[in-house]
Write a protein that binds this ligand. Sequence first.
Ligand SMILES: Nc1nc2c(ncn2[C@@H]2O[C@H](COP(=O)(O)OP(=O)(O)OP(=O)(O)O)[C@@H](O)[C@H]2O)c(=O)[nH]1
Ligand SMILES: [Mg+2]
Length: 317
Amino acid sequence: LNPLAERLLQGDRRALARAITAVENGGPERAEILRAVHGHGGQAHVVGITGAPGAGKSTLVAGLAGRMRDAGARVGVIAVDPSSPFSGGALLGDRIRMGTGEGLFIRSLASRGHLGGLSRATGDVVRLLDAAGFDVILLETVGAGQGEVEIMRLAHTTVVVSVPGLGDDVQAFKAGILEIGDIFVVNKADLPGANQTARDLMAMLALGAPRPQGAWRPPVIQTAAVKGDGLDQLRQAIADHGRFLRESGRWAERAAADARRRFEEAVAEAALRRVQAQAEASGAWQQALAAVETGRVDPFTAAERLLEATVREATPR
Ligand SMILES: Nc1nc2c(ncn2[C@@H]2O[C@H](COP(=O)(O)OP(=O)(O)OP(=O)(O)O)[C@@H](O)[C@H]2O)c(=O)[nH]1
Ligand SMILES: [Mg+2]
């Protein structure tokens, strides 16, 4: 068993932080740690908070985390910034706002390469926080691009934050954000125009495809995160959605789909490792690479040939 994983499961914070770093770095230790925490967790409610830059996501997360902790929940916060190659300084302020202590863990993740890598790393960190016994995991990510939608797939509940005077946001709403939102928040409701924006949102939601009987109907909630207004209502809506998912069987479906995705990814990685090792030993890998690099053979044909040869070689006659 992995010692880091074992300590993490016992609630050791420093072990959790180090396990996250190890998992982020990838490699054999990632698989070892994720394997060791298997069977632990599955209870954490993963809540994604997304929306335009400056909409007040961090302020909302801080306020929500505070209230959830007051109610006795252990809260993990992951701030994902796909646009930044390093963790922004803004998070420092967020940390101060959220306070410290036993029931709170904050981590920021930034893009180190491709977005797929970031959403995978985020998924891993969610797994670790879940295994470590956090009740709620708040996942903050900016914007509504493809990468963010991918990251939001990790969430049980997606909260879409907008502000009065939709303006440019309307474009973002067209780009699929309406479909991924389970709860819509109009933050900065202390500013003029919040009622109108809430009405616009409700109208847009009503225009979408008709929702079948028993489906979740996304509420539109007005908040003023700086003053704490509407946060109890938001916390309640999040809890309601969690209950809806459990009672409708979606929670379990999601867990199965997640396991399937992880399995397929593990197969792909293990297969690549094995084929490469075997083909390197025979020289076939180097040959195929040379053919692909010079453009003599297309990658698909080269891959097919290599696999054929490797499987033939590995099959006893
Ligand atoms: N008037 C008003 N301002 C708010 C409210 N909530 C947040 N703000 C302010 O909006 C600004 C941005 O808040 P953040 O919480 O950092 O927003 P964010 O969405 O996390 O921003 P990024 O992470 O940079 O995209 C700050 O100056 C907040 O004080 C609110 O309810 N009303
Ligand atoms: Mg923020």
